[in-house]
Design a protein around this ligand. Sequence first.
Ligand code: PLP
Length: 395
Amino acid sequence: MSLTHKFENNNEAFLPFARPNISDEAIKEVVDCLKSGWITTGPRVQKFEEALKDYLKAPFALAISSATAGLYVALKAIDLEPGDEVITTSMTFAATLNVIVLAGGKPVLVDVSLDNYNMDVAAVESAITSRTKAIMPVHFAGLPVDLDPLYDLARKHGLYIIEDAAHAIGAHYKGKIIGSFGDIQVFSFHPNKNMTTGEGGAITVRDEILNQKIERQRFHGMDRMAWNRFTKSGSQHYEIVEPAHKFNMMDIQAALGIHQLQALDSFIAERERIVKKYYTLLKDFDYLILPTMPTYSFKHAWHLLAPRINPEATKLSRDDVAQRLKEQNIGTGLHYRAPHLYPFYMETFGFKKGQFPNAETIGDSVLSLPLFPGLKDEEFERVILALKSVFSNKE
Ligand SMILES: Cc1ncc(COP(=O)(O)O)c(C=O)c1O
């Protein structure tokens, strides 16, 4: 399905908030893969994992079918027991919480910064109990969480950190690329992310045992990968060490990923260029509150530019603004409603409205603007003009 729709009453194409950028070389590699006789996990996944290890400066990088699957297997690999608690953020995609529940754990949430939507690291220590097993920060929009104090806390209390880096491939914290240090990182290659494999993700770790457990959890609990079994050098035999799901990435996906990874730095540079233009042009635009950045050193991956609607400047709700932009053929994203307010989480874990006020404020007012490499200057102008007309006409 194309992401570019035509509206009946308007000749201008609908501008989505995200659009994958896929080169002819990548398409050729996918076709070559399809013709090669080997389309599931195999040599291209191996090559992609090697390239990820290089790029992320990680001793181990494992491709997986999605970041959701990656977070789940990471939790299984740290031996999460039923009832164990995982501390995470109240401003994230539902998958971050869902996987904790699916792996048998209990999500414990902390509020976030209203400035940049990242977990309030200072609030984490008081959320730790005797049942806490791990902390799962989210590098929201590609901005690294302040990891030094978080890892200090984790080491002090004997906890793992599983970084939900779904937004953050290519981001750096204090000069180090996310994925090159720390316990476990999970990246997403969903089509709206900074690079894509259609669906897909990757996990980086530094510990060999964790790597082995994740590998098994990725594929049936087998002690060796299936693709070896069908090659001349492989063996037909394998052992099942534990039951597990099937979350492997296909070579067809890795064919895309190899080329997307090569282009990633240029993609991020282009995202950054577009973000700078937004910040410059919207500097005095009172209707939107743009995220502000922390003082520690970082490189933002700019997966999203997600300002908030300023309730002091307009009576329009976020949904009104999204609807009116849509009428002008401008797509936006909603990242995210505060997940603790979904019925399942309120009913199962007793979360209440008002419990995480910053996350709720963000959840009610946030709106992601179009941002992707390949966004043309005239498309960008259309977004700015549409924003100006939405607010000037409807106060
Ligand atoms: C913060 C966060 N975590 C996890 C995921 C899950 O990623 P995937 O779609 O690859 O499963 C997403 C996807 O958007 C996300 O935004």
